[in-house]
Design a protein around this ligand. Structure first.
Ligand SMILES: Cc1cc2nc3c(=O)[nH]c(=O)nc-3n(C[C@H](O)[C@H](O)[C@H](O)COP(=O)(O)OP(=O)(O)OC[C@H]3O[C@@H](n4cnc5c(N)ncnc54)[C@H](O)[C@@H]3O)c2cc1C
Length: 538
């Protein structure tokens, strides 16, 4: 009789979802090991040194959707997590030296917009209330298993009934709004509801990050609701937070919580294969050749990486592999992280703006240009410097521990950058991207180009190579209606289990998708404990 495996659970990948799943399963008393390819934990939720003494949130940079349930279940506050609300949550800098802020208090934002258009101020207030109400209705679905569309009989009826109960309170108007939100385009929504360029820029800036699609593409309106979900310790609707110590403090706290329950973590340990015997998972094989046996394996790697690279082709149904191969995920984003010798001085920033307000500014192109940039990205072209869509956060303004005195760390998220270039390679054009980003920022904060002391340019290819994001997709798969809820990662497999018995998906490629939420990890852990309980009972 072979001896039982040492591990009840092995989790592939120490991203925040893998760590969340691992920590919760360790908390449930299971012997849990997390194996991570990189030398650091965190995946895309990480703080790294980009120059001596200067630390940056190299990938994700704002905590807006981390589920309060995860924070509380794992007592992340006790493990050092501290978030400070961004105030304003968002701020756009426009040509001509205007700065327009979106405050946590919508009346204050509306008052700012009233200077440009009283009608826009009213529209903003109305949209805010509508979306918040809808967000509150949709939010519980985040931590719920989607219905199994391929189940039959009583099981399917039960799941649909549960979903029906959730949506019971929806009125006719809500259904209309929901339909519009799920299928409409952000561009059209803005065109029909807002007239001033200031309000239009604010709405655009908030809602396209990481989306594969121009602003006029159906489904792009959904981002509006995502950002009005609650977040932070106190479940504040529309929460945007700076994390003290950078985003790595989130994964550091989750890892610490897991370790306190006995979870172990091995870094520098890439998994090259998921071992399968007789249709059931048996463990993992590391690049070193070492085999680790486990009863259950969860993969926090994206679905394409997991099923097209780690699981032997013969172990998966052909139609499942084909569906996974069809997941849309070529990523439209890049990141440029800078160390500056002085704080950016943004033209038009109010003279009384405090360090928090000076800590963020977004440079959105106007809608038509954003649309054209998306088309260019689709053709493999890089937008001109004057057109780039960039979101800048000067994190050291709110957390001086990130850089020594006299230095600033600014992270710049760049949208509509192609994964596949029509001309040349990213290795040859990386600096060109960095230069264009700095030129664009210089048009709004003229002191920046002359004060850059160090820079790190992460192209979509770098996001793939370094952070193991297939095609550089920051969400492990586009956030589009046909790839959400019961369709994520692929139809028929939305409940974390996979065709290999005992193998589960726990990362952003699973419901409810990407962003630093912890929700896929949380849900996957619940699914695993429920399955194990059933197995043990039998
Ligand atoms: C540039 C950028 C900016 C972003 N900005 C924000 C933001 O501001 N706010 C926000 O909420 N979200 C943001 N996101 C999205 C968010 O960071 C991700 O969607 C989320 O972190 C994904 O978490 P995860 O745990 O599911 O996966 P990941 O963080 O991708 O973790 C997966 C882990 O698995 C490891 N791995 C993969 N393959 C293997 C293997 N074979 N063996 C061992 N380990 C393996 C990887 O190394 C990685 O550590 C951003 C992402 C990027 C890239």
């Amino acid at each position: 009789m072979p001896s039982p495996p040492r591990w009840d659970v092995i989790v592939i990948g120490a991203g925040h979802n893998g760590l969340t799943a691992g920590a919760l399963l360790a908390q449930a008393g299971l012997a849990t090991l997390v194996v991570e390819a990189r030398e650091v934990v965190g995946g895309c939720c990480v703080t790294e040194e980009i120059a001596p003494g200067c630390r940056a949130s190299t990938t994700s940079y704002i905590a807006s959707m981390l589920r309060p349930e995860v924070i509380h279940r794992l007592r992340l506050g006790r493990h050092g997590l501290r978030m400070v609300p961004c105030e304003p949550a968002l701020q756009v800098a426009l040509d001509g030296g205007e700065v327009v802020a979106d405050w946590s208090d919508p009346d204050r934002t509306a008052a700012g917009l009233a200077r440009y258009s009283p009608a826009d101020a009213r529209a903003f207030r109305a949209v805010h209330d509508e979306l918040r109400a809808l967000g509150a209705r949709l939010q519980p679905l985040f931590l719920e298993l989607p219905p199994d569309t391929r189940a039959g009989g009583l099981r399917q009826a039960g799941q649909l009934l549960r979903l029906g109960r959730r949506l019971r309170g929806l009125r006719g108007r809500d259904v209309e709004r929901l339909t519009q939100l799920l299928t409409g385009s952000l561009g059209q929504f803005i065109d029909t509801r807002f007239e001033s360029r200031q309000a239009r820029a604010l709405l655009l800036a908030n809602n396209l990050y990481g989306k594969h699609g121009g602003p006029y593409q159906p489904g792009t309106l959904l981002g509006l609701v995502f950002h009005l979900l609650t977040g932070g310790d106190d479940a504040v609707p529309g929460f945007f937070g700076h994390v003290m110590g950078g985003m790595g403090a989130i994964t550091g706290a989750i890892a610490a919580a897991g370790r306190a329950h006995g979870m172990q973590i091995r870094t520098g340990a890439p998994v090259v294969q998921v071992a399968v015997r007789r249709g059931g998972v048996a463990g993992v094989v590391l690049a070193s050749g070492e085999e680790l046996a486990a009863r259950v394996v969860l993969s926090g790697a994206d679905p394409k990486r997991t099923f097209l690279h780690l699981v032997d082709k013969a172990e998966l149904p052909e139609d499942f592999r084909a569906a996974v191969a069809g997941i849309r995920m070529d990523g439209p984003c890049a990141k440029v992280n800078l160390v500056l010798g002085e704080e950016p001085r943004v033209t038009g920033m109010p003279p009384d703006a405090g360090p928090g307000q000076r800590a963020l500014f977004t440079l959105p192109p106007d809608l038509a240009v954003a649309d054209a940039c998306y088309d260019r990205a689709k053709r493999g072209e890089l937008a001109d410097a004057g057109q780039l869509f960039i979101d800048c956060v000067v994190a050291s303004n709110v957390d001086p521990s990130l850089a020594p005195a006299g230095r600033h760390v600014m992270t710049c998220f760049v949208q509509y950058v192609p994964y596949r270039l029509a001309d040349g390679t990213w290795d040859a054009r990386r600096d060109e991207l960095g230069d264009r980003v700095i030129t664009r920022i210089g048009a709004f904060a003229p002191n920046v180009p002359g004060t850059v002391l160090a820079r790190q340019v992460l192209t979509p290819l770098d996001l793939e190579r370094t952070y193991r994001l297939t095609e550089g997709n920051i969400f492990h798969g586009d956030i589009q209606l046909d790839q959400l809820f019961h369709m994520r990662p692929v139809p028929g497999w939305a409940r974390y289990a996979t065709p290999v018995r005992g193998l589960y998906l726990c990362g952003a490629g699973a419901h409810p998708g990407g962003g630093v939420t912890g929700a896929p990890g949380y849900n996957a852990a619940r699914r695993v404990t429920a399955d194990l309980r059933r197995r043990w009972k039998r």
